[in-house]
Write a protein that binds this ligand. Structure first.
Ligand code: GLC
Length: 636
């Protein structure tokens, strides 16, 4: 009988343990998913001047953005940050604000902004605004009044007396330079003092040591929060404070030119400890606002600081556990790797952020912005899909600059006459191409019509890249395979619980190839493999799994010969990766379904009961036989 039972159990086990169709790890979320909206979203940066022109004046505007919001929604974008849209003389294209509470007329009206916000929210897209606290425009009322020594505004900016040097005339108070070249000080004839400007002379630095300035800027933040924005990208935050003694900065030895920004080490004008206190102050403001306005999402800030890694980590949370920026921008894919970097450089670049980041925070990866050459220009056009795979399958937040989903290229051939970027104009006709930011700011390439579908004007504020006839969204939407299609597939894949919450490990497989895994118990592991070299590479798939397993292509590059859905056996096959390409694979595992697991447990329990019963029965019989035998024996 016992044997029989064992036999039945053994026969039924394979049936019970038979692999179930795997619950796809993709496109599903769990009720207990504890991730807040900003911890895993893609922030899509719109440069409003170049996105879409609705009124034919050659300049992008708010109505243009509203018109194109469905495009963002269709791409799967849930949050967008807009470069400045506020009143401005446009010396630095909106980063010189003359009124923090009004909209630049060429971009539209406040009603247009309200419509934009309402439409965005209707489509499930959150709006983040650019907040520029370090400086205003010299046309701002505050500066005009400050220059007139108005008692309320006198100390709103950083003023200093000239150093008098006999017949040589007055000199600036010290050797500080502007980021955009030249002295950081400009003489103001009315006030008869120098004022500080870390960027152009039309962008005077506010004095954050004055509590009235702090208060005025808090009010600006609350004003826009009340209009329904979900937070801010905070501009040039590490420039907020300077040393009060106005000490000279030490000479760096990097250049002979005393007017170049790299002439000194910026120990008195950048990354001062007071910056962190201000960031923490704004965090408290945002947290309090979120707590008292529960009808909206968590209001957040993202901070722009090109600063040492340890300093950026303090923005997340300082030594004593005080929280600051939700997302201190991680620019390392822009500043620390490029077309000649190898796989180890990429791995190191990713690991260093994750190693230093305090626990419980969201990593973030910025692949491009309006201040730096585009991805296709930095890494080469062939790398576009691979870089987007990297960006969108890493843990945490991804930041995409508009046009990177198409692989738009910088237009480096803009003439000197058409050049408008202030640092480029400062560099002069000989050198402007080396520093100009105009090439990455050219109009968005929507289609192959006039001005790439950006504007009906005869003249656009920056020329359209002539490659728009071939490289444009409409063409990429129609094509079976394109950069845009790859980007969209990756954004879709990001919905998976594995990409939201999966553990992360990364390693270089060689100098050419690196790979990383996202793993979560009971879900298919996702593996991203990237060949950063200029040569094709053969990758041994058994590197990735301990048991024979099926690997299925989730996303392949537009030029790849692999189709999504193609499968390999990890133990037998190798993968051919073309130069500068990537692939995302899912390692299909065999899981037992919940119901089946419960049934097996029940059966094992029942079998145990039967076995114990049988055992007892046997024991009892054995004893009975023994007694009988003994009795029998005794009879003799
Ligand atoms: C930030 C902006 C840049 C601007 C500068 C001065 O770095 O991103 O575009 O020129 O600040 O406001």
């Amino acid at each position: 009988m016992l044997l029989k039972l064992r036999f039945v159990l053994l026969c039924s086990l394979p049936l019970l343990l038979r692999p179930q169709p795997v619950m796809s790890s993709l496109v599903m979320s769990r009720a207990e998913d504890f991730i807040d909206w900003w911890q895993h979203t893609v922030f899509y940066q719109i440069y409003p001047r170049s996105f879409m022109d609705s009124n034919g004046d050659g300049i992008g505007d708010l109505k243009g953005i509203t018109l194109k919001l469905p495009y963002l929604a269709e791409t799967g974008i849930k949050a967008t940050w807009l470069s400045p849209i506020f009143a401005s003389p446009m010396v630095d294209f909106g980063y010189d604000i003359s009124d923090y509470r009004s909209i630049q007329p060429e971009y539209g009206t406040m009603a247009d902004f309200e419509e934009l916000v309402a439409t965005a929210y209707g489509l499930g897209i959150k709006i983040i605004l650019d907040f520029v606290p370090n400086h205003t425009s010299d046309q701002h009322e505050w500066f005009k009044k400050s220059a007139q020594n108005d008692p309320v505004y006198r100390d709103f900016y950083v003023w200093a007396d000239a150093i008098l040097d006999g017949d040589n005339g007055p000199h600036p108070p010290n050797n500080w330079q502007s980021v955009f070249y030249g002295s950081a000080w400009t003489w103001h004839p009315e006030r008869k003092q120098y004022y500080l400007h870390q960027f152009t002379k039309e962008q005077p630095d506010l004095n954050f040591r004055n509590p009235e300035v702090v208060k005025a800027m808090d009010e600006v933040l609350t004003y826009w929060l009340d209009k329904g924005v979900a937070g801010f990208r905070i501009d040039a935050v590490n420039h907020l404070f300077e040393n009060v003694n106005l000490d000279n900065e030490p000479v760096s030895g990097k250049t002979e030119d005393p007017l170049s920004y790299s002439y000194t080490e910026h120990i008195y004008t950048k990354d001062l400890p007071e910056v962190l206190e201000m960031v923490q102050h704004w965090r408290r403001l945002l947290d309090e606002y979120s707590a008292t306005h529960t009808n909206g999402p968590t209001r957040i800030m993202m901070t722009e600081a090109y600063a040492p890694l340890q300093k950026l980590m303090d923005y997340y949370e300082d030594e004593s556990g005080v929280h600051g920026s939700h997302l201190p921008f991680n620019f390392h894919f822009i500043t620390d790797v490029g077309a000649t970097s190898d796989a180890r450089d990429f791995v190191y670049n990713v690991e260093k952020w994750l190693i230093y980041m305090p626990r419980g925070h969201a990593a973030n990866w910025v692949m491009g912005n309006h201040d730096n050459p585009r991805v296709a220009s930095r890494f080469g056009p062939a790398s576009v899909d691979a870089m987007n795979m990297l960006l969108l399958t890493l843990p945490g937040v991804a930041v995409t600059y508009n046009g990177e989903e198409l692989g738009m290229l910088d237009y480096r051939e803009i003439s000197w006459e058409d050049t408008v970027d202030p640092p480029a104009r400062n560099a002069g006709e000989e050198n402007y191409k080396d520093v100009s930011r105009d090439p990455e700011r050219t109009p968005f390439q929507w289609n192959n019509e006039t001005n790439a579908g950006f504007s009906s004007a005869e003249h656009t504020w920056l020329p359209v890249h002539p490659n728009y006839l071939e490289l444009n969204l409409a063409k990429q939407q129609e094509a079976t395979k394109s950069h845009y299609k790859v980007y969209k597939a990756l954004v879709e894949l990001r919905k998976s619980v594995v990409l939201r919450r999966g553990r992360f490990t990364i390693e270089p497989l060689s100098r050419a190839v690196f790979a990383f895994k996202r793993t979560l118990k009971e879900y298919n592991t996702l593996i991203t493999i990237i060949n950063v070299s200029a040569e094709p590479q053969l990758v041994d798939l058994s590197e990735f799994v301990d048991r024979p397993q099926k690997l299925v292509v989730e996303v392949a590059g537009a030029d790849s010969s692999y189709e999504p859905g193609t499968s390999f056996l990890a133990t037998n096959d190798s993968l051919k990766l073309p130069p500068r390409s990537g692939i995302v694979l899912a390692a299909h595992q065999q899981f037992m379904g919940e119901q089946r697991r419960a049934l097996v447990k029940q059966l094992i329990k029942s079998a145990n009961v039967v076995l114990v019963g049988l055992l007892m029965y046997k024991l009892w019989r054995h004893k009975w036989t023994k007694v009988n035998f003994n009795q029998h024996h005794l009879m003799y």
